[in-house]
Design a protein around this ligand. Sequence first.
Ligand code: SF4
Ligand code: SF4
Length: 392
Amino acid sequence: MTKNIGVKVSLLTLQATRYCNLRCRYCYVSADGKSDPTVMSDTTLLTTLAKLRDEDLLGERLEISWHSGEPLSAGTAFYDNAFAVIDRVVGSKTQVVHHFQTNATLIDRRWADFFRRRDVRVGVSLDGPRQLHDHNRKFRNGSGSHQSVMRGVDHLRRAGITPSVICVVTEKSLHCPTDIHDFFCEEGFQSISLNPEEIEGINTRSSLSQRDDWRVLYKRFMDLFHKRMKDFGNRLVVRQFSHVHAWLQEKCQYASGPAIPFNHLTVSNNGDFSTFSPELITARHERFGDFILGNVRQGRLSDAGRGSKFKRLWSEIMDGLLRCKNECPLFSCCGGGAPSNKLFENGSFASTCTIACEAGIRIPFEVVKESAENGTVMWKRMDGAARSKETL
Ligand code: SF4
Ligand code: SF4
């Protein structure tokens, strides 16, 4: 009998469908994929969860993220059934928390009731005020989606749900930090993630890195955002700053989740699966081809960890982790970043710095470090990190 791989899956990303009604300029999923209306079958879902349970890959808590494509395209009836299947198969030993990352354009009263009834954590993709958002996040016919997103957000509010937000920061955003901050505050949002436009999948250029001075502009953007947050009494929590603060309180793990084998598992609508960064499920690369490690309907999930494809990926990802650990003073804050960013920006998993880590870790760190009230504790922590690095 083969042994299991000795880890628990903490994040299961399920692609109910690849279909999406939007065509965002910086999307990493191909237009072909986003036109595919296939919805994950009951058998695929049931087999995925049954194998996780039977191969002892479930721990005390499992986060399920419905993502990659527009998850609401699958319809509420799909999820009523899917949640029942998951409850039945997983049982009570594992706490399941469902997350939806949605463009919000399809949210109506029925969806809002469903989210409230099932205690779903809802994240909406919204890039700030209308003009900024509509520049990039358009429907297939080219019209902006802001009005539809805000209609969806209104339905959530009426159901008592305050969604978190992913706001993609592009070159255009860098010139209006206060407008973006004030928009989110005035609309009553409480928690956002400022994600830089990344080079990923089919998005082979980021509007940020088109400018040589993007780091200077990004630092100024984050400085002004941070200052505005204080002016507004910190009504808005920004994930990148919270992450640095959590690190100051020593709450961070060492390696990041997407860099740990099988900590993240991603299953596509047809049952193909991959691990590491969820974005890899739809990606292709000239050196690796695709990143599919198998199909949930064939064999054990754990066996993929013994295959040559997995070993090749893990060997290069581990080299990247070790380089980060040895070369970067912020390794213990960052955990070595997301492998997919490294591959698509630097051409290799065995690399270090990316737009995502500069904008998401290094610059927020600088901003917090320079803010007077954190200076002392920050340097104590940095001194400790430097000393522990010497002993590695
Ligand atoms: S909503 Fe998401 S999946 Fe759809 S086009 Fe935009 S980025 Fe891509
Ligand atoms: S901040 Fe960048 S270079 Fe440093 S550990 Fe993270 S990914 Fe590696």
